[in-house]
Design a protein around this ligand. Structure first.
Ligand SMILES: Cc1ncc(COP(=O)(O)O)c(C=O)c1O
Ligand SMILES: N[C@@H](CCCC[NH3+])C(=O)O
Length: 418
């Protein structure tokens, strides 16, 4: 975790005591460190200095407007997958010409808006999508800059749900089909080929799968060049992992220097789409223990955050550290399952955690800055948590907690008649 540390048994984010944050904003609450986000981004951008490169933050990892704004101020580009993400980036001050548009199901109205604001390029994921982009571009009278997401069929060595570069994943076009589809695009009137893209999975802890993917893509780049199709940039996607418990992923610097080494002697621009590695360890989620409930076989700590607030443990059996906000020096640790108030057996935040806690205590769920709040929902008609940002000595609410009023808004009244 970056910028979160204990002082006198109290957990701090920079100079702000997290117990004070919980008091002021309530729980559950997501807390982000501006400085940690900035440093993680600069890890990428500084390693790429002097190269024709764009670091496009994957908005799906954290779409809070303040987070996007902090990154936009540093010159970040953005990787989006929906019209909603596009509008959020623009609202946060992101530059349209630094946006790449990924995703397997782009709709015509989304493509139209992206063309009109002038994004950097579309990462196209199928032949049918190529046809759609070409049609919409023709109707708008604006040529679309395109790149194809090529599926290199490499094993990213990560959780099956977050592995995306294998033959049987829904993403991208098969590498064997790529030459034919590039040739088709080259003959189309309303698209301009600019790049080649891949994204092989998320939470990768080794450089080797990235290098395998790159080798396969570079062979394709050369074949295309021989047939007169020039690729200007290679987009390596996101996927660099972070430390949740004891993983030791490569640093962005090491990863980028390996990529640059492979590109030596080539005139090829680069794009990266990191999400998790920019924000995961820049955030925690605070939750309060409501009750301790012990039966013959298990001890449960029932907390006020649930799977609707943080779904990663329930969805992927993901492990995130859970630590006390104020350390109790007396008392023996007890092993608890930390569960939420939702009516599902799968509603847990952590299992078998040894903690010295009492009802009313505050806990911090670590590494929650990525795929945390963004994957939250209103399941069980629960309002979503607040989000705050720590900036030196100051704490700002960057998204208010959803109230009962928010949850009821937009509801239809009962159907007419009996
Ligand atoms: C196309 C694309 N780019 C970038 C990312 C961001 O990945 P990560 O958060 O692992 O860096 C994803 C998500 O896995 C993705 O699907
Ligand atoms: N949401 C996932 C990662 C998926 C990445 C998006 N392609 C997670 O929490 O780990």
């Amino acid at each position: 975790m970056d910028n979160f540390e204990y002082r006198n048994n109290q957990l701090f984010c920079e100079d702000v005591a997290l117990a004070d944050v919980a008091k002021e904003f309530g729980t559950p609450v997501y807390v982000y460190s501006r400085d940690a986000i900035e440093r993680a981004f600069l890890g990428y951008s500084q390693a790429l200095e002097g190269h024709d490169a764009l670091v496009c933050f994957a908005v799906k990892a954290n779409s809070n407007l303040a987070v996007l704004n902090v990154l936009a101020r540093l010159g970040a580009g953005f990787d989006i997958v929906s019209l909603g993400e596009l509008e959020r980036v623009l609202k946060a001050g992101g530059k349209p010409e630094k946006i790449v548009f990924s995703g397997v199901g782009k709709q015509a109205h989304e493509i139209e808006r992206a063309l009109k604001v002038g994004i950097h390029c579309f990462n196209i994921e199928s032949e049918a999508e190529l046809d759609r982009v070409n049609d919409v571009a023709g109707q708008c009278g604006i040529n679309a800059a395109i790149s194809f997401r090529v599926n290199p069929d490499v094993d990213a060595g990560t959780h099956p749900y977050i592995s995306t570069g294998l033959k049987d994943n829904k993403f991208g076009i098969a590498i064997d089909e790529a030459e034919r589809i590039y040739a088709k695009a080259a003959a189309m009137q309303h698209v301009d080929i600019v790049g080649m893209d891949c994204h092989i999975g998320s939470q990768l802890t080794e450089i080797a799968p990235f290098m395998d993917a790159m080798d396969r893509l570079l062979v394709l780049v050369d074949k295309l060049a021989a047939s007169g199709i020039v690729i200007k940039h290679l987009d390596m996607g996101g996927g660099l992992g972070v430390c949740y418990t004891d993983e030791v992923p490569p640093s962005p610097q090491d990863y980028i220097s390996a990529v640059l080494k492979k590109l030596e002697g080539r005139d090829l621009g680069l794009i990266f789409e990191p999400g998790r590695s920019i924000v995961a360890n820049a955030g925690v989620m605070l939750t309060q223990v409501e009750f301790l409930k012990c039966n013959e076989s298990k001890n449960f700590a029932i907390v006020d955050a649930a799977m609707n607030d943080l779904i990663r443990p329930a969805l992927y059996s993901a492990y995130q550290e859970i630590i006390p906000v104020s350390v109790r020096e007396e008392g023996k640790p007890v092993t608890y399952d930390l569960v939420g108030p939702i009516c599902e057996t799968g509603d847990f935040i952590g299992k078998d955690r040894a903690l010295t806690i009492e009802a009313g205590d505050l806990l911090a769920v670590c590494s929650a800055g990525a795929y945390g709040f963004v994957m939250s929902s209103n399941y069980n008609s629960r309002g979503r948590a607040a989000e705050v940002m720590v900036d030196d000595n100051n704490v700002y609410e960057v998204r208010a907690r959803e109230t009962l009023h928010d949850i009821m808004r937009g509801e239809q009244t009962l159907p007419a008649g009996n």
